[in-house]
Design a protein around this ligand. Sequence first.
Ligand SMILES: Cc1cc2nc3c(=O)[nH]c(=O)nc-3n(C[C@H](O)[C@H](O)[C@H](O)COP(=O)(O)O)c2cc1C
Length: 231
Amino acid sequence: MSRVFTPGVPFEPVPFPDRQTMDDREIKERSEIFYQNIRKRHSTREFSDRPVDKCVIENCLRSAGTAPSGANHQPWHFCAVSDAGIKAEIQTAAEEEERAFYGGKAAKEWLDALAPLGTDTAKPFLSVAPWLIVIFAERYGRLENGQTYKNYYVNESVGIATGFLINALHSSGLATLTHTPNPMKFLNRVCGRPDNEKPFLILVTGHPADDAVIPKKSQVKKNLNEFTSFL
Ligand SMILES: Cc1cc2nc3c(=O)[nH]c(=O)nc-3n(C[C@H](O)[C@H](O)[C@H](O)COP(=O)(O)O)c2cc1C
């Protein structure tokens, strides 16, 4: 048994902790403040080499670790890479995949969708940014004695934890890029992760370069009424 895989352990209720006690006015104000902050998040593909303290990354990862997950199994692993040699190795392997992707593997429709973002095979940011947070989804759990156990809603859980992490990094004053070289299997080897873990994405983390630009297209967001219905 592990701390997250606990067959046979019965329900043990504890009083609701950390209750938030705000009046309706404060709740409205906070929701507006949150929105005004999160709307200022922009993916960057041009990072500066300004370092970021490891303790900042640790706090943001702790935030990600509070995310909800199927059966509370927390089926994720975050590999935070700052080592220049490992970052270079990731860049070399990712650029090799990208050359194949852009050189014929990707369907025209996909390439057309990417064109307004200005992406290409060169990924210098993988070496320049101070941190690459490589996120793995644990397809099934494995105990120290080799016994395996099922995880539930793995993609949903890891996606939510990743969202927490992006928000934590942005709220701490950092910029990120969600990067998904295709395929990503090389990340198991480079990061030394076991085969029950599937690479999910790389969160490139740091500060934007002084002269960083973003694609105009990425500022086009659907309006509330285009993606919401209230019944
Ligand atoms: C699952 C996922 C995969 C992505 N993969 C890449 C990628 O491989 N390379 C890249 O440059 N951007 C990638 N992006 C970033 C998107 O292009 C970006 O989020 C989008 O253009 C909107 O811009 P914004 O993040 O600034 O709002 C990815 C985003 C997501 C959510």
